[in-house]
Design a protein around this ligand. Structure first.
Ligand SMILES: Cc1ncc(COP(=O)(O)O)c(C=O)c1O
Length: 385
């Protein structure tokens, strides 16, 4: 285990003003504001305030954010669509598929964030048949369980990379080989893992990879991206569409043609302010190096699980930090009361059902982890268990 990251942690921490007063451990929900994000937001506000309107510059920023997301996942910008949320990105993909043929099945992982399952279920009206693969009691799903659900009628398997509840990471290569072997597509929501480790979409085996930016990617709400395997984009004709999905958006023509590549999944006027901020967050992470971030995040995760055990708390989900994103779930009865009690001590954690989630990121220290766990042990010892 590393005792320090390979980048300058003090310099990183100076870029996050909240660290002066709080211990943020909630990157699984919302990353803290950074100086790069704030500067980027101000650049948009300044441009708007000063020039009144500058679409060329603003759309240029959206394109830069698209390219930055593509670079983050080792892909081409042409294969990335800009969306406003993961829900919308998923709906764009889902409504672009055809459920009326020989394949109409959607196998939905039990670790999906509910919104993704909602979108697939909404396709049942259009001929889709949704099967869910539930989690086992240990909070994971072995590939064998998918194997039972995927058959010759399956059009797409939808499987989040990391489970939002306990951080468990699925084996995407195993899932991809299962899906591909049976002729099905693989849709991956990587929102809970992107930004914590290197991720290479083209070799991941996934056919679609989506994420928003407000969690480990250090951004804000209102923007998301989806990568589409280039060989597939030509087959997609999404029912959720708009002028930015056309070949020539500024031709102001009402004919429905389809832009090349993943751009056909773009919809209306893109989220400009959010693109400024999203780009800044992703660029910062890329500059630090996702491999270095991953090393440190794994050390923080290992320290966290050891600390949970040492304090007699109950970890939900797997222990091995290599099998988990940084999100760590600790059992408690009234998680919202625990979140509030921690917040009173300036520790920001995130309640989810029967667990409080602690999700450190590249800016946290081992001391942050200890502070959060000591406070949690104390709070739980006082009857909020
Ligand atoms: C894995 C995952 N997917 C999707 C979402 C939500 O997506 P959106 O609100 O962008 O539709 C969340 C949490 O907010 C999440 O954790």
């Amino acid at each position: 285990m590393h005792r320090a990251p390979s980048y300058d942690l003090d310099a990183v921490r100076r870029q996050i003003p909240l660290l002066a007063t709080h211990v943020p451990m909630n990157a699984c929900s919302q990353a803290p504001q950074s100086e790069p994000a704030r500067t980027a937001a101000e650049a948009y506000l300044d441009s708007w305030g000063r020039d009144g309107m500058d679409w060329e510059r603003w759309i240029g920023e959206v394109e830069a954010a698209r390219s930055e997301f593509a670079a983050l996942i080792g892909a081409e910008a042409a294969d990335v669509a800009v969306a406003t949320s993961v829900s919308q990105a998923t709906a764009s993909v889902a409504t672009g598929l055809d459920f009326t043929g020989r394949r109409y099945g959607v196998v939905v992982s039990g670790v999906e964030f509910p919104t993704v399952a909602h979108v697939w279920r909404a396709q049942e009206r259009l001929g889709a048949e949704v099967r869910t693969v539930p989690t086992r009691p240990d909070g994971t799903i072995p590939v064998e369980d998918y194997a039972e659900a995927v058959d010759e009628t399956t059009l797409v398997v939808s499987a989040a990379h990391a489970f939002y509840q306990n951080g468990w990471k699925q084996d995407l290569h195993a899932l991809a080989s299962l899906a591909r072997g049976r002729g099905a597509l693989l849709y991956v929501d990587a929102y809970q893992s992107l930004g914590t480790e290197p991720f290479h979409a083209p070799s991941s085996g996934a056919d679609f990879v989506t994420s928003g930016n407000l969690k480990f990617l250090m951004g804000m709400p209102g923007i998301a991206f989806v990568w589409v395997r280039p060989s597939l984009s030509g087959e997609l004709h999404p029912a959720i569409t708009g002028w930015f999905g056309r070949k020539h958006p500024f031709a102001f023509d009402t004919r429905l043609d389809w832009a090349e590549g993943a751009r056909r999944l773009d919809t209306g006027t893109p989220p400009v302010l959010e693109a400024y901020v999203a780009r800044a967050g992703m660029a910062w992470l890329r500059e630090l190096g996702l491999d270095h971030v991953a090393d440190w995040v794994r050390s923080l995760g290992a320290h966290l699980t050891e600390g949970v055990r040492a304090r007699g708390l109950t970890l939900l989900g797997p222990e091995d930090p290599r099998a988990r994103a940084p999100t760590t779930a600790i059992a408690c009865e009234d998680s919202h009361a625990v979140e509030a009690a921690l917040r009173a001590r300036r520790i920001i954690a995130s309640a989810r059902g029967p667990a409080i989630r602690l999700a450190p990121h590249f800016y946290n220290t081992l001391a942050d982890v200890d502070t959060a766990l000591d406070a949690l042990a104390d709070v739980l010892g006082r009857g909020t268990r």
